[in-house]
Design a protein around this ligand. Structure first.
Ligand code: FUL
Length: 704
């Protein structure tokens, strides 16, 4: 007799099978099988991969690089295009070193000039002297990107100010032919950029007229996108507002996206700039934001901007306001006429890369213990630790339907930090609507941030704290929050020389780049150190001349910035501009180089600016700073300078021109033989544009 009744063993086997199936489903309920479901629109695989790039470059080069213009007109002779030292490997090397992941090249800007030898037009490198017409910049760019492990992106301006057919249906065929060339012959392309500037005046094959198009319908985007995706299945399509594509412009070129930033928009309908800036909380499509800005004021190279390359603190702000606000950063290099990136631009992005690396070197969160108020189904695969495991594919989350929750990180000793990074697991949708960050310092909880959205990545800055715990509280969410990563960092201070400004009152204001830095200064010309006077607010003066030298200082590291020094002549406190009745005119005397005043349009050259100095002074020169804005007009290049004791009889003491002020619109200082006077008259007799506009950021005198 068998030991086990076969009937029984059959039943037993069935029972085991049932048990294991049960077990299988039991565990799967609590494992991947029961992971939270997507909520609302979610990114495509292309969008996810693109978001992870975070940082990539733009390069702008075209015929207008040689005419010093922002846009080409379409009539520029290809013969002017000759970047004799062009080296795409230099661009790629710089981008790589800067931590960028790709480069988008202006294959064709609005001028219509093509940087590749397109077989559909003569208006290209083929008819330029560069490489005797045998070159192809897009090819060189593609090869350099490959060599440096960077992705290639293409900017193809839909607006073409050269093409005779622009505005007619035939042009669409031309445009698509060019797209086909670019998206077929140069390997994988990660992003294509269809600029929003569309239609207007142009050369148009000699017609020289204004052609208006409806930018929503003219290009038949639906079919154009279809072609793009057919040729490049992994591509991201950029197109601004009206023609919803894979990502969106953020409504500004100044380098920031809104603090509240949803990666959502509605597929149809108007998109005002405000919406571009913040996305739409309940939008029906996933359309994340890309922050595009230039390392200089303008997109194309202009020599006059050699002194206007963005500073490290400015670039750092841009970093926190783009990548730190759920956006990507597309930073532009204007290529010089010789075909290279300027060394100052290279230095700027290298310094930024070093500062970012330094700031995010050590993630203190990995040294903490993590606990959560609620863990989905009490399962370890969703527990608090998943937010600090350096794996963005895992996450902490709460039970379904629970839209709030707190995650607490505890350190075993007081830990100092000033940056907080948090990421959502966006594969299942962007959910968090609001959150706070608190720290446990000196025995009590203190709130350091109260914010709205998170998205792919959010980075917050706050003054340093030394705490034993940090608590992230999700105060509202569309569905259970999914937090994939948290970072806590102690970013060192950025020690660049402070800015020194003398206000009209005569007081001197000194501002460090990093609000946490101390400032030390001297007034006797000596080099400041931490033993000098500590700055605690504006330096008051008796209205006389003053020289200030200052440093920014970090008491923790005992490091200081380089010295910044400014010499100010007599205070302008009692000065009045007598020739103009406009309260805004005092912008000329406020010490702030970013404010300015312009003569009204009705005023023709010679245009006078008369100032009463309040009392007689012994003058030996004057200073003029033109409007510092992009494309400022009214840059005075020819002048006369008069003095008077009574505002009636004037003596001409200097006359001439400010050489090179167009290329280099910095302070102009003119000396003359010393003379006593109470009134001065600065007469603009010509400007850099040969019209009648006269503008001023600042005017000052030099006394004996
Ligand atoms: C703008 C263009 O008009 C600029 O010239 C530049 O290309 C910038 C990236 O986009 O809309």
């Amino acid at each position: 007799m068998p030991l086990i009744n076969p009937d029984f063993s059959m039943k037993y086997a069935k029972f085991i099978l049932f048990l294991s199936l049960y077990q299988f489903s039991f565990f799967s309920i609590f494992s991947q099988g029961n992971a939270p479901k997507a909520f609302g629109p979610v990114p495509t695989e292309n969008q996810l991969n693109w978001q992870k790039l975070e940082y990539y470059a733009f390069v702008h080069l075209s015929v207008n690089t040689y005419t010093d213009m922002a846009w080409g007109l379409g009539n520029e002779d290809p013969k002017i295009f000759n970047p004799t030292e062009l080296d795409c490997r230099q661009w790629a090397r710089i981008a790589k070193k800067a931590g960028m992941k790709g480069i988008i090249i202006t294959a064709k800007h609005h001028s219509g000039f093509c940087l590749w030898p397109s077989k559909y037009t003569d208006y290209s490198v083929e008819n330029s002297p560069w490489k005797n017409g045998k070159g192809d910049i897009v090819r060189e760019m593609a090869e350099a990107c490959k060599e440096y492990g960077l992705k290639l992106g293409i900017y193809l301006s839909p607006w073409d100010r050269n093409h005779p057919d622009y505005g007619k249906p035939e042009y669409i065929t031309y445009f698509r032919n060019q797209l086909r060339e670019l998206l077929t012959n140069y390997g994988e392309v990660f992003e294509v950029w269809f600029d929003g500037a569309n239609g207007g005046s142009g050369y148009y094959g000699g017609a020289n007229e204004t052609r208006k198009i409806d930018r929503n319908t003219y290009y038949d985007w639906e079919n154009t996108y279809k072609l793009v995706r057919e040729l490049q299945p992994n591509i991201m399509i950029w197109n601004d507002g009206g023609n919803r594509a894979d990502l969106r412009w953020v409504g500004t070129e100044s380098g920031y996206v809104g603090e509240t930033n949803w990666s959502l928009l509605n597929a149809t309908g108007d998109v005002p700039d405000e919406m571009l800036r913040h996305g739409v909380e309940n939008g029906d499509s996933w359309v994340p934001g890309e922050v595009n800005t230039s390392v200089r004021p303008e997109w194309f190279y202009h020599k006059k901007e050699d002194d206007k390359v963005k500073t490290l603190p400015h670039l750092m702000d841009i970093y926190y306001h783009s990548i730190g606000r759920n956006g990507t950063l597309l930073l532009n290099f204007p290529i010089m006429p010789n075909g290279l990136i300027h060394e100052k631009d290279e230095k700027a992005v290298s310094d930024l890369a070093a500062a970012v690396k330094e700031a995010f070197k050590v993630n203190l969160a990995t040294k903490a213990k993590a606990g959560a108020s609620n863990v989905r189904l009490k399962q370890p695969e969703f527990d608090a630790k998943k937010a600090i495991d350096a794996d963005t594919e895992t996450y902490w989350t709460t039970d379904d339907l629970i839209k709030t929750g707190a995650l607490t990180l505890s350190f075993d000793k007081p830990t100092s930090f000033n940056r907080f990074l948090v990421q959502e697991y966006i594969r299942l949708g962007q959910r968090v609507k609001s959150f706070t960050v608190e720290v446990f310092e000196n025995g009590q909880w203190k709130q350091v941030a109260k914010e709205t959205t998170i998205g792919y990545k959010r980075i917050l800055r706050f003054p340093s704290v030394t705490a034993t715990k940090l608590r992230l509280t999700i105060t509202d969410s569309k569905s259970s929050p999914l937090i994939s990563e948290i970072g806590i960092y102690k970013a060192p201070q950025i020690l660049t020389p402070p800015s020194i400004v003398r206000e009209k009152s005569g007081d001197v204001r000194i501002t460090p780049a990093d609000p946490e830095s101390d400032i030390y200064y001297t007034t006797d010309g000596s080099i400041p150190s931490k033993d000098s006077k500590k700055y605690n607010g504006p330096v008051t003066t008796d209205g006389g001349k003053i020289q200030i030298k200052s440093i920014a200082y970090n008491p923790l590291t005992k490091k200081s910035s380089e010295v910044n020094g400014e010499k100010f002549d007599i205070a302008r406190k009692n000065w009045t501009i007598t020739s103009i009745e406009d309260s805004k005119v005092n912008a000329i005397l406020d010490g702030d180089v970013n404010t300015n005043w312009h003569q009204p349009n009705r005023v023709k050259m010679p245009a006078d600016l008369i100032i009463d100095l309040g009392k007689t002074e012994k003058l030996k020169g004057f200073k003029y700073l033109p409007d510092q804005n992009w494309w400022a007009n009214g840059i005075v290049s020819k002048y006369q300078f008069y003095v008077s004791q009574d505002n009636k009889t004037w003596a001409l003491v200097s006359e001439g021109e400010f050489s090179n002020i167009k290329n280099n619109p910095v302070w102009q200082t003119i000396s003359f033989n010393p003379v006593h006077a109470r009134y001065i008259k600065f007469t603009a007799t010509g400007n850099t544009e040969d019209n009648h506009a006269a503008g001023y950021a600042e005017v000052d005198v030099v006394t004996e």
